[in-house]
Design a protein around this ligand. Structure first.
Ligand SMILES: [Fe+2]
Length: 168
């Protein structure tokens, strides 16, 4: 969410505001994920980031469809939270040290992003429903499912291999 004040009189104002916020967040993420994939040492983790990059591109398309269904042009509003999360991720990308420990740190950064998005899409889906945007709510649910699946996959990679190697 941005620092600048918004006018929020109606649920429609709120829905559009949040749509613009997450649209910005996803676009920022498409620029960060290739760096994270490149920095990952574990092939499994690299693949997870690459897969999520493709998914994120699809999620941007879904958001554009949501704008369209709402009769609005797609527009971004700076998402300061995602800027911060990505900046923390960049610190890990540029870190030196043990590759396995670095992978564990990359997963920690990526899961913070996923949890932020899960919260965002959960709210957005509910706002869409309240605004009579049932079709948009379904699209947002599809994205929410992808974010949750990615979060679970990252946990699996961490627990089955990366954290084990990082601790040895
Ligand atoms: Fe996403």
């Amino acid at each position: 969410m941005g620092l600048f004040s918004a006018t929020l009189n109606t649920m429609e104002d709120l829905y559009l505001d949040q749509l613009q916020d997450i649209y910005d967040a996803e676009q920022r993420l498409t620029k960060a994920l290739p760096q994270m994939a490149k920095a990952a040492h574990s092939p499994e983790l690299k693949r997870a980031f690459e897969t999520h990059l493709k998914e994120t591109e699809g999620q941007i398309k879904r958001l554009e469809r949501c704008f369209d269904l709402f009769g609005k042009k797609p527009k971004s509003k700076t998402c300061d939270a995602m800027k911060g999360l990505i900046s923390e991720g960049e610190t890990v990308v540029n870190a030196t040290g043990d590759p396995d420990v670095k992978d564990a740190a990359l997963i920690a950064a990526a899961q913070r992003v996923e949890h932020y998005e899960i919260a965002g899409y959960g709210c957005l889906r509910q706002f869409a429903m309240r605004c009579g945007q049932g079709n948009a709510a379904e699209l947002l649910q599809e994205t929410l499912d992808e974010e949750e699946k990615t979060d679970r996959l990252l946990t699996e990679i961490a627990e089955s291999s990366v954290n084990v190697k990082a601790a040895s």
